[in-house]
Design a protein around this ligand. Structure first.
Ligand code: CA
Length: 382
């Protein structure tokens, strides 16, 4: 019994030691508290960025992506990263976006990589390749198929980081004032069509020009150009092309799933704390998907309005014209790859991805599209 009496003091002693140790920990933690808070406080630095775009301010679809991006970044960062969006011509002209962000005059830009083909021919892969990957496949290639790494390499020498900044889905072939019944109808045609599609038109006997969206209506109206492509029904309706062009052609062979881009000045990006960097990346990824969702929801209604209300004549490009354009495109791709090692490297990677994804999509996406149409219009069997 006597032995047992020894225990309470020992336990009490141990408890006291625990209390003292715990107390010391509490004191030391709380004394560290303000220091830690202060350390964290330095992360509370706020940043104000400029984002320049190749689109008119608040233009539907393409132009609303950077606005939504900026709002999401402000909300996610609790106002620590404020991004002001400038429309084409407000701070720099549409085609000056790449240079302005590269120089650091603006920290970010929104546009399309194929606008910079004069500087980097291989940049065109990161918008669209005629007869190439669609929206779903482009997103797969960029984010899980090695495409983004190649894109980053291309922009690295310009102190730029690219991010996918929206997708239009398959575009329309464009607006014409004469019917395209054969390849001869392409000869002498002066058309706004950027990127690789433009090079195809040039070789088909036409003249391709790159004019920013905001100047297109006037160019077509005044006869500076005979025809134009832009995006698809939702965007084209907003531009009012139906007022000055009669025929609306499909499919958009030249832009089967165009990806827009955000470009970020690398030096400015690296000055952001990691959480703000993650917010920029996440908001860009969100804007990328958001645009495709919006087009998917709105294109069809806009097309109905164009046809039913404005009397637009919808036309499909004849098969022989499509086959001809495809043949020319293959020649151009091979020739450009032979001249430009950087283009060749990206082309090889793009084709490798394509050779994997297309056969599978033949038995998944494509087979499903066909299955969905099967039996439509047939009488129901008794
Ligand atoms: Ca286009």
């Amino acid at each position: 019994m006597k032995k047992i009496n020894w225990y309470p003091p020992v336990i009490l002693g141990l408890l006291a030691l625990l209390v003292i140790t715990f107390g010391a920990l509490v004191v030391s933690t709380s004394s560290k508290g303000p220091t830690q808070h202060f350390a964290k406080g330095s992360d509370q630095e706020t940043f104000e960025w400029k984002l320049v775009t190749t689109w008119p301010k608040n233009f539907p679809g393409l132009g609303s992506a950077p606005e939504r991006f900026a709002k999401k970044v402000a909300a996610m960062s609790d106002g620590r990263l404020k991004i002001k969006v400038y429309g084409a011509g407000e701070l720099v002209p549409a085609m000056g976006v790449f240079g302005a962000v590269s120089d650091g005059a603006a920290q970010m830009g929104h546009g399309a990589a194929y606008y910079w083909k004069g500087k980097i021919p291989a940049a065109q892969f990161f918008t669209a390749v005629p007869f190439g990957l669609n929206a779903q496949e482009m997103n797969g290639w960029l984010h899980y198929g090695g495409g983004m790494e190649l894109w980053r390499e291309l922009y690295e020498p310009f102190d730029l980081i690219p991010m996918a900044g929206g997708s239009t889905g398959v575009q329309m072939a464009g607006w014409f004032n004469k019917e395209i019944n054969s390849v001869n109808d392409l000869k002498g045609l002066k058309m706004r069509i950027p990127g690789l599609g433009g090079e195809v038109l040039n070789r088909a006997g036409g003249t391709a020009v790159t004019i920013p969206g905001g100047e297109l209506y006037t160019a077509l109206q005044t006869g500076v150009i005979d025809a134009t492509e832009w995006v698809g029904p939702y965007n084209d309706l907003a531009f009012g092309f139906y007022q000055i062009a009669k025929y609306y052609y499909y499919p958009g062979w030249h832009e089967p799933g165009s990806i827009l881009e955000f470009i970020v000045n690398k030096t400015a990006f690296e000055k952001l704390p990691p959480d703000l960097q993650a917010i920029v990346r996440t908001a860009a990824r969100d804007a990328n998907q958001d645009m495709l969702d919006e087009y998917t929801a709105r294109n069809n209604r806009a097309l109905q309005e164009l046809v039913d209300k404005h009397g637009v004549q919808l036309r499909r490009l004849p098969d022989d014209v499509i086959v001809y354009l495809k043949k020319i495109n293959n020649q151009i791709m091979e020739e450009t790859a032979a001249e430009d090692p950087q283009f060749a490297r990206v082309y090889k990677a793009y084709k490798e991805f394509e050779s994997q994804v297309v056969p599978y999509h033949r038995i998944s996406e494509e087979a499903y599209y066909q299955a969905r149409e099967l039996g439509d219009g047939d009488a129901v069997a008794d």
